[in-house]
Each structure stands twice: as C-alpha cells, then as structure tokens.
Write a protein that binds this ligand. Structure first.
Ligand code: PLP
Length: 451
C-alpha cells in the first residue's frame, strides 16, 4: 500500500451539501423548556429572540438539512479544511498509533466558528433583519460572526468578556476591521451589565453575563436578533461539515478511527466532528470510543450536574438539560477562553449520560505542554482550546505505546493560537497555574441551578 499522504483535501466537488443532525438518531434527547411554564419551547417562544430559520433548525427532527447555495459559496472560499496525518508527532511520541487531525484554523477568524457564523448571518439576511448581537469569550466567535456579517451586510454588536478583551486586543481589532461594534462585558450599556458592575466593579466578566447583555440588546432593538456560537443544536448542525468532510477523507484513506477526540466548551466542534461516528455508534454499526476533553478549571462534563439550567447568568434563556456547573459558576480566567462556559450542549450531555461519550478534564499546564510539543513537531501553533484535544490524543497515543497497539486516533484541531500569545508567554515564562476549583466552589455554582 502506498504511504498515506500528509494532507488529504476533499475535492471541492465532493464537499457535503447537507448538514447532518446527530439528535435525529437519538430517541431520548430532552427538549428545551420554557422557564415559566416548564413546557417544551415552541417556535413562538423562540421567534422574538432568535432568527426564525435558526429557531426552526433548533426544534427540527430532520436528520439532513440542505446547505443553502449562498452558504455553500462561502464554504467553497474557506473549505474544505485539511485532514492531516500527524507523522511528525507520532515519531516524537514513538507511538505505533496512527494519528489524524482535522484542522479548522485555516480561515482568518482562525477557528471552526465561521462554519456556523456564515449560516447564521445568511438566514438573518434572508429574514430581512438589519442587525445581530452576540457575546464572545475568547473572541473567536465574535471574529467569525463579524466576518460573516460584513459579507452579508448586517450590523453586529459584540459583547466581549472583559478579561478576554484585555488579553486579546488584536481580536477586537479584527472584529472592528469587519465593522463590528465591540463592547467589553460587563458594561454600563445594559441593565444586567450595570447590575454585574454594581455587584463587582472589577469583574472580569463571564460568558454567561455577556450573553445576558447581548440578549437584552436584541430584545430591545428593532429588526435585531441574538445569535450564539455554541451550545445550541443548530450550531452543532452547521458544524457537522467538519465531521462529514473528515469522514469522507478518512474513508478515502480506508481508515476508521478507534478513538475520536475533541475539546469541549459548549460542544459544537466536538459534536460536528463526531457526527457520523457517533451516529454509527447509536445505530449499532460500529463502536469507536469518543472522548471529550475539557479544562480542569471548568469541568462541566466530568464534575457538573446533569440538570435543567439556564444558559446565561441573568437566567433569561430557555432551560436546557445539560451537564452544568450552574450559571453562577465563575470559572477562573484560564487561557482557554472558549472552554469557559458553565454548561454543555444537550446532545453531547445525553451521550455522556448514556455512556456513549467519555469525558476527561485536563489541567492547563499539561495542555500547554501538549500544545508546544505539537507546535514544534507538526508546525502548527494550536489554539489553547484545541490543545485540550491534542492533550487527549497524545495521552491515547502514549497508551498505545505502552500496549503496543496500533490504534487509529482522529482528533479535532479546532483553531490556531495566533491570538493567544499572552497565554504562550505566560507558559513560556513559568507564570501559568492550573486553578482547579474545590468542591465548595462547585457547590456555590450548583446552588444556582433551578429546582
Ligand atoms: C469556541 C472554541 C472552542 C469551544 O467551543 P465548542 O463549541 O465546544 O467547539 C474550541 N476551540 C476553538 C478554537 C474555539 O474557538
């Protein structure tokens, strides 16, 4: 057999033209509930806040949804993303494992988030909306959405978690280049921002609070809606392009992973990557292991409760059944900003609950150890979030070295680390710590979960 190539790009003509929903293969996925009535939310409940078509997708049971032609056109500019065989990393580890990664960081926003941003901005435009609001943690989602909104000619207001806006001024500059208005959160532009500042004027901000601010603005502005870059089902749907491309490329190499690994913040890149493999598992066709890697500082899947909870700190969103730390949980300001969310997508949570998804939590320094090894061997500087998946994949490859098994490992490299140099500086200069919350801190967060 000829040597498997370093990089496999799916031919443009073979790019997926439909998104795939994993929830369609599940019988037991709990619905979102209206916080007042505790009944499953309806389209009418979601319509005032969300883009209509996205709300429909959120509630849809369809397994496949056509990707609109204009979204395909944008995808053709930025996709397919490469599937890379990590020969150099394998060699450095001395492992018999075959390691592949799907790299989503080749576009200017630097992460997978653009896959959903483009779809969301497109549907907003179709509906005749003139502006969108959103929150951003580390900045990847805000950047991606600002690119998409500039492309479709929609105004965008981004509430950026304050600590991230300070750590990442260049992210803000990119968003502003794409015409977005960026406000550090908590801010004095909204009621819930002012309330957060009154409670703690030095607040670093949190994703939950930034969501509350963006929601408040969307609900009080004409022709404006709120959009979200993770956690919700329609976001996972759009991210299925990652997994569909990866599957087609792996199939063309006659490879089927024994283990699929991804980092999990709200669950969207992981949910996208695993879509066909998890479907195989649900339908009893195959049984790959699926591993979610999360930060030890914000361990929703490994130490959280599986319960109905709010998506934001102001407790205004529908109730979502998920593994959660509680919306009042304030994760330490570690460097993987995109993984600092208190909850987790419902489908990912239910897979975990059913034993179909394994989860591990890893401390920050070991993540950066993996990130630098990866950068030095594979050449690509990974995002700190993505480096959680690298850590998980390396640990599986080292287990193969112990056992002598030549397993096939596929992991998601969700983005680049170009805008995370403060994190790398802290690591390189020995200023990084691990910040693992104690049980009392977790108990505080759990206390905010509604009964
Ligand atoms: C946002 C982000 C994540 C985490 O979000 P998910 O919805 O869990 O995928 C992971 N990696 C990168 C690079 C991100 O920007």
């Amino acid at each position: 057999m000829s040597k498997i190539p370093y990089k496999t790009y799916l031919p443009e003509a073979q790019m997926p033209t439909q998104w795939q929903s994993l929830r369609a293969d599940m019988k037991n996925c709990p619905p979102m509930l209206h916080p007042g009535t505790r009944q499953p939310v309806t389209l009418d409940d979601l319509r005032p806040v969300f883009v209509e078509e996205l709300a429909k997708q959120e509630l849809s049971d369809a397994k496949f949804i056509d990707i609109p032609g204009e979204v395909m056109d944008f995808y053709r500019m930025i996709r397919p993303s490469p599937l890379v065989r990590a020969y150099a990393l394998e060699k450095a580890l001395g492992t018999p494992a075959r390691i592949y990664y799907k790299f989503e960081g080749t576009n200017t926003s630097g992460s997978h988030k653009l896959n959903s941003a483009v779809a969301q901005a497109y549907y907003a435009k179709q509906q005749g909306l003139t502006s969108l609001t959103t929150e951003t943690g580390a900045g990847q989602w805000g950047t991606a959405l600002s690119m998409a909104c500039a492309y479709y000619g929609i105004d965008l207001s981004v509430y950026m978690v304050k600590i991230s806006s300070e750590q990442k001024p260049y992210r803000k500059a990119v968003m502003e280049t794409y015409k977005a208005k960026v406000t550090p959160s908590p801010s004095n532009t909204t009621n819930c921002g002012r309330a957060a500042l009154a409670e703690n004027p030095n607040s670093h901000g949190s994703l939950g609070n930034a969501i509350s601010e963006a929601l408040e603005v969307a609900m009080s502005t004409d022709n404006c809606r709120y959009v979200l870059g993770s956690v919700l089902q329609h976001v996972l749907l759009h991210q299925s392009v990652i997994g569909l491309e990866a599957r087609a490329a792996m199939d063309s190499l006659e490879e089927y992973p024994d283990i699929v690994v991804g980092c999990a913040g709200g669950g969207s890149n992981l949910g996208g990557l695993i879509v066909t493999y998890a479907s195989d598992k649900l339908l009893g066709k195959a049984n790959p292991r699926i591993v979610a890697v999360e930060p030890a500082s914000c361990p929703s899947l490994t130490r959280g409760r599986y319960a109905y909870d709010f998506g934001d700190t102001a407790m205004t969103t529908p109730l979502i059944k998920m593994y959660t730390m509680g919306s009042a949980f304030k994760p330490h300001e570690n460097h993987a900003g995109g993984l600092r969310y208190h909850g987790m997508n419902t489908v990912m949570s239910q897979l975990k609950e059913d034993g179909l998804l394994e989860a591990i939590a890893v401390p920050q320094k070991s993540v950066f150890e993996a990130a630098t090894l990866f950068a030095r061997t594979e050449g690509t500087l990974p995002a700190p979030e993505s480096a959680h998946a690298i850590r998980g994949a390396i640990d599986e490859a080292l287990a193969c070295k112990e056992s002598g098994e030549s397993k096939c490992i596929l992991f998601g490299l969700s983005g680049t680390g170009y805008f995370d140099m403060q994190a790398y500086m802290d690591y390189n200069e020995g200023r990084m710590d691990d910040n693992i919350p104690d049980d009392a801190t977790l108990a505080n967060g759990f206390a905010s979960i509604p009964g």
